[in-house]
Write a protein that binds this ligand. Structure first.
Ligand SMILES: Cc1cc2nc3c(=O)[nH]c(=O)nc-3n(C[C@H](O)[C@H](O)[C@H](O)COP(=O)(O)OP(=O)(O)OC[C@H]3O[C@@H](n4cnc5c(N)ncnc54)[C@H](O)[C@@H]3O)c2cc1C
Length: 469
């Protein structure tokens, strides 16, 4: 697949503007905030940003783009971490901002579903579900900006995957505009529908390369009557996994989240937030645990945590929130603490403890001074395995260290991940960042099928060129 299409002509841009009606801008002040990704790693350019608000207009845009061979880059909240929503730097693509697809179209309390347009912010879906006494069980640190369209396009995970799965498991139906401008109508949210392959699943995780997601029927679950949130210190990731197993057995599978953080990550997040670390004893590994169910769960959590080195159980919603903030703000705290080489990897859950320790030793030995900070979703086998520049380096030297060693660090980490039977992208996707690694590591048969699907749905290469394939 080509990385980009030729620069759009003035005629092509005029045709796209006409298709968008009044919903476009060429004002650099409005466009430029959307041309850099959240981590500031990718910078793009575009002559035009389209901001359609309905599916017919978006279909007309897709038809105009196909007629004039203009590349289109979908963008939601721009919180993606692999550069997938950033147009190429050569200005050859037009940015399609989906934030005006911002309506909740329907709620169905009996069927436990909500139909949200692609640009609806995740936190707003949470609020809409709560108004029904229900819950959309996917949450992540970027919930105030990430859109449901972007979440589906990246098959996002978050902190409740352990119990409720990723977006793939939570989408009951989809409306989408395909690259040729045809509209996929699939919002009925049928629980059972065995009429051939499930096309919506092709667009989930495709990062905008197979079409525009315009609306989703999302599955909701009942609001649990009781929650228990705790924080525990343990000696090792092995002890953390054992604790998770014990909690699952004791609770009959009511563990909603189980996150692991190393001590320096806890200290970093606490300092960033101006909060005290939750534990008196500085345990080397710390776990954030949430249980949810129909019966009070504090006693059960206390029983499981009795064997931990040190533990606290939140006594109020405010305390639970404070514990969760430490985890959710850690990526921001880490970003503000200086440059690092980031990895979002997964290995089989049972192998994660050994991987966390052995990969840390291997990386720190190969890159003296580099400091691994590995945290994340232990219950999903998913670690954010980041390698910070040596201590004492200022921002400039740190960036130089990352620029000098970043590619080699990533090569080593991804090699170790593959040896452990893992994945180089657990939840953030491929985008631009991991494209070369995907080509290097993916099963050739899988890659061939992915490319064949892309060719079949988007033979002109209009949708998000230079991403994934
Ligand atoms: C602080 C922070 C914490 C995060 N935590 C997590 C986490 O725990 N788990 C996790 O999985 N991710 C996490 N992320 C990553 C990010 O939030 C997700 O990737 C999110 O799904 C992106 O949504 P968005 O609306 O911002 O999409 P964007 O960043 O705008 O786009 C992401 C990709 O989706 C495509 N896209 C966007 N909208 C559409 C659409 N309507 N149709 C087709 N394609 C589209 C874009 O082209 C791009 O390829 C985190 C990010 C941040 C900044």
């Amino acid at each position: 697949m080509p990385n980009s299409l030729p620069q759009p002509s003035a005629t092509a841009l005029a045709a796209l503007q006409a298709a968008a009606g009044a919903d476009w801008t060429r004002d650099p002040d409005l466009i430029s905030p959307r041309l850099t990704d959240w981590r500031g790693r990718f910078a793009g350019a575009t002559p035009l940003m389209l901001m359609p608000r309905d599916v017919e207009t978006l279909a007309a845009i897709a038809r105009a783009a196909a007629a004039h061979r203009v590349a289109l880059v979908p963008q939601g909240g721009n919180t993606g971490l692999v550069g997938g929503g950033i147009p190429p730097a050569d200005g050859s693509a037009v940015l399609v901002n989906l934030s005006r697809f911002n309506r909740i179209r329907a709620v169905d309390a009996a069927g436990q579903q909500i139909v949200a347009e692609a640009g609806v912010i995740l936190a707003d879906v949470h609020d809409a579900a709560a108004a029904l006494g229900l819950r959309f069980p996917l949450s992540l640190g970027a919930k105030g900006s990430a859109t449901v369209g972007g979440l589906a396009a990246t098959n996002a995970g978050g902190v409740q995957v352990l119990r409720h799965g990723t977006m793939r498991a939570l989408v009951a139906g989809m409306e989408a505009v395909l690259p040729d401008g045809s509209i996929l109508h699939g919002l009925s949210g049928l629980v059972k529908d065995n009429t051939g392959p499930d096309i919506k699943q092709l667009l989930i995780g495709a990062e905008g390369t197979l079409g525009f997601i315009t609306a989703l029927a999302l599955k909701l679950v009942p609001e649990p009557r009781h929650r228990a949130v705790g924080w525990a210190g343990v000696a090792s990731p092995q002890a953390a996994l054992a604790l998770l197993g014990q909690l699952q057995r004791l609770s009959g599978g009511q563990v909603e989240s189980f996150e692991i953080l190393p001590l320096d990550g806890v200290d970093l997040a606490a300092a960033f937030l101006g909060q005290r670390p939750p534990l008196e004893k500085p345990a080397p590994w710390q776990c954030l645990i949430e249980l949810a169910g129909p019966q009070p769960l504090d006693d059960l959590l206390a029983e499981a945590l009795a064997g931990a080195d040190d533990a606290v159980i939140a006594q109020s919603d405010a305390q639970a929130l404070a514990l969760w903030r430490l985890r959710e703000e850690l990526p921001l705290a880490e970003r503000s603490a200086g440059p690092a080489v980031h990895h979002d990897i997964s290995v089989p859950v049972s192998r994660l403890p050994d991987f966390a320790l052995s990969a840390t030793s291997a990386v720190e030995a190969a890159f003296p001074g580099g400091r691994v900070i590995a945290f994340g979703h232990l219950g999903d086998g998913n670690l954010h395995f980041n390698v910070r520049a040596p201590r004492g380096n200022g921002a400039e030297e740190g960036s130089a260290w990352v620029a000098r060693h970043g590619a080699d660090v990533t090569r080593l980490v991804h090699d170790l991940v593959m040896q452990a039977g893992g994945s180089i992208s657990a939840e953030h996707g491929i985008g631009v960042l991991k494209r070369a690694d995907l080509a290097r590591f993916a099963d050739p048969a899988k890659l061939a099928v992915m490319r064949a699907i892309k060719q079949a749905l988007d033979p002109l290469g209009i949708m998000n060129p230079g991403k994934i394939y």
